[in-house]
Design a protein around this ligand. Structure first.
Ligand code: ZN
Length: 401
């Protein structure tokens, strides 16, 4: 795996009543896709310098700034963790001199990772097995396996060269490598694995490793839906034979990044790895499992969730056309005014909702807040404060969830 973490101590300088001239140090690794530098601020009298992040690829990033010294210098914000999207420059914060008559000094370091951060992994999310329902592969190494999975919630499937790998969960492609054509079990092979990494809406990310040469079927920045073909399995990197290494990690911050256990479901949506006490277990080494990535059992209603941001710790989801709703387990959702709804994907990104007292209603992002109710064969307009306006009865109906 490519080592993404990067750490740098910037220039520390002391100035005595003279203008301070910023200068970035010369350390620069060409492989870095995000750098932070202090840049003279010439447009503001309040600030003498800005910390500016520059990203060179179209991905998502999380950067953590740590001040190692702040002497008579005040940052414009107490925020130190930043999520960035896309390629270009972003001013993270600005620096001012607290007492203009006194000397000042500052120093900082930063770390970054590809992906946006999230406070907690959505432990209820059900991951698919990342290949077709028509295929079945054995687990070659389970969670914490002794060959190379020490301390890691990682799984190996014995997928032959060229097996089509499919997204176990939808998200955004945040990192990939596909230019390697070498594998083996020597130290030098550890940096030679091709891979695709997909960031999820709760700050977790899944990485699919050991792809064959040019085996990524997606591009950096692509939105990926569950079941989509994303890569071709191979044997690159630290690997004793063709297989897929799969791992989900939670990015709380670049300084707090660790693998997490996840639920897996078979092609019928049945959970495969919960023990009697309700704890997530590993899929079992030596056992074969049929794929589920492209199974049609889905009632996950991706259309209502696409473009939303999940607060992983309390399961509320915000941001898209449907507003804010509680998304406990990716099946029923709770809308603050409408109550409990069961969403099912329809054609053309539309969604059907089963409402506990009103039955099925249909809408889509371009129709909402109008909903079509199957029970009355009519449209109703939704307004949070008043309820539903019934087009036929021409009156407002309070919603009784
Ligand atoms: Zn592995």
């Amino acid at each position: 795996m490519k080592k993404i973490r990067f750490f740098r101590i910037a220039v520390i300088s002391v100035a005595l009543a003279a203008p301070w001239t910023g200068r970035a140090d010369s350390e620069n690794e060409s492989s870095d896709t995000l750098t932070v530098a202090d840049v003279n601020n010439t447009s503001s009298s309040a600030y003498f310098s800005d910390l500016v992040a520059t990203t060179t690829v179209d991905s998502k990033f999380c950067v953590l700034v740590t001040f190692t010294k702040l002497q008579n210098v005040t940052p414009s914000t107490t925020q130190t963790l930043f999520n960035l999207s896309g390629k270009g420059q972003t001013t993270l914060l600005s620096l001012s001199v607290t007492d203009a008559k006194a000397g000042y000094a500052y120093g900082y370091s930063y770390q970054y990772r590809h992906g946006h951060s999230g406070t907690a992994h959505n432990a209820d999310h059900k991951y698919r097995l990342p290949y077709s329902t028509s295929e079945s592969y054995a687990i070659g190494q389970e969670y914490f396996g002794s060959f190379s999975h020490q301390g890691e919630h990682a799984l190996d499937w014995n997928t032959p060269e060229g097996t089509t790998l499919r997204a176990a969960r939808g998200g955004t492609v945040i990192d990939l490598k596909e230019d390697s054509n070498e594998g083996g079990v020597e130290e030098k092979h550890k940096d030679m694995a091709n891979y695709v990494t997909i960031g999820h809406d709760d700050g977790s990310q899944a990485t699919y490793v050991h792809l064959q040469l040019n085996g990524a079927l997606v591009e950096l920045g692509d939105t990926v839906t569950v079941g989509q073909a994303i890569g071709l399995s191979g044997n690159t990197g630290y690997s004793s034979g063709p297989h897929l290494h799969f791992k989900v990690s939670q990015l709380k911050s670049p300084a707090d990044f660790a693998s997490v256990p996840t639920l897996f479901v078979d092609e019928n949506g049945t959970v495969l790895n919960l023990d009697a006490d309700g704890n997530i277990t590993s899929l079992v080494e030596g056992e074969s499992y049929g794929g589920s990535a492209d199974s049609n059992f889905s009632v996950l209603a991706q259309s209502i969730r696409s473009g939303t941001v999940l607060d992983g710790s309390n399961k509320w989801r915000t941001g898209s056309w449907f507003g804010t709703f509680y998304d406990r387990d990716q099946s029923w959702i709770f809308h603050p005014q409408m109550g409990w709804l069961f969403p099912v994907d329809g054609e053309d990104s539309s969604v059907w909702f089963y409402h506990s007292t009103r039955g099925w209603a249909w809408t889509k992002s371009t129709s909402f807040p109008w909903l079509y109710f199957n029970s009355t064969k009519g449209w109703k307009y939704f307004l949070a404060e008043l309820g539903f306006y019934d087009e036929n009865g021409r009156e407002w109906e309070s919603i009784d969830p």
